[in-house]
Design a binder for this molecule. Structure first.
Ligand code: PGA
Length: 252
């Protein structure tokens, strides 16, 4: 049985006090959703300590949105994986399309970040996905395959057992356009096959989340698909009620 996960990527939103309120709202309503759903919130770095306190005693996990490629030292403005782990993070989002696109993150950088994440007992939520041009040219399978081969294929079998993948088509992120449930299933099944080519049976245990304008009204249909194990939620994770309602989308 694969883990069911609903992870909130708050991106660069909320002030610290607002983030604490949001986290408290998630904790307060969490009991209304099946305990089989694993909720994760990923606030900005500046809120991690305060949000960790708000989550204390609950089963809502904490994640960060990024970490540095280096362990420590003279890297002004960077935040090390050891630092976020020390604040209670269990997860770290790596390779989000906004990081790839706006901050020039390449597979080379991401390999180092993955290494840092594992060295600090963090579970990476590794993001893959094609842009609109690539989708229209029918290249989406090749794009995600390369993103997996260049990074995930470098993991050991042990590390792979501790990995979450998020498929996020760039054209669906923050645009209100969602991939159809069938489109999601098609590419999730493909991703699982690419993972199985390298890691064999362990690929059947790897949670693959869908991301891109996922909301309460479409989550159930998407999550009903066999190879969709939950969602990485941007906009709709900023309201506790919507975020929790997405978790209710699991019927299986
Ligand atoms: P969105 O973002 O839900 O606002 O489309 C998802 C993401 O980028 O993780």
């Amino acid at each position: 049985m694969r883990k069911k996960i609903v992870a909130g990527n708050w991106k660069m939103n909320t002030l610290p006090a607002e983030g604490v309120e949001l986290a408290k709202g998630v904790v307060a309503g969490r009991g209304e959703v099946c305990s089989c759903v694993n909720f994760i919130v990923c606030p900005p770095f500046t809120h991690l300590a305060m949000v960790a306190e708000a989550l204390n005693g609950s089963d809502v996990a904490l994640g960060a949105q990024n970490c540095a490629a280096e362990a420590k030292g003279a890297y002004t403005g960077e935040v090390a994986a050891s630092m976020i782990a020390a604040l209670g993070c269990k997860y770290v989002i790596l390779g989000h399309s906004e990081r790839r696109q706006y901050y020039g993150e390449t597979s080379a950088t991401l390999n180092k970040k993955m290494e840092q994440a594992y060295a600090n007992n963090l579970t990476p939520i590794y993001c893959v996905g094609e842009n609109l041009e690539e989708r229209e040219a029918g290249k989406h399978f090749d794009v995600v395959k390369a993103q997996i081969e260049e990074v995930v294929y470098n993991l050991t079998e042990e590390q792979f057992k501790n990995l979450v993948i998020a498929y996020e088509p760039v054209w669906a992120i923050g645009t209100g356009k969602t991939a159809t449930a069938d489109q999601a299933q098609e590419i999730h099944a493909y991703i699982r096959k690419v993972l199985a080519d390298k890691f064999g049976a362990a690929a059947a245990e790897c949670p693959i989340l869908y991301g891109g304008s996922c909301k309460p009204s479409n989550a159930a249909e998407i999550f009903a698909k066999e190879d969709v194990d939950g969602g990485l939620i941007g906009g709709a994770s900023l309201k506790a009620g919507d975020f929790l309602a997405i978790g209710k989308g699991f019927a299986k």
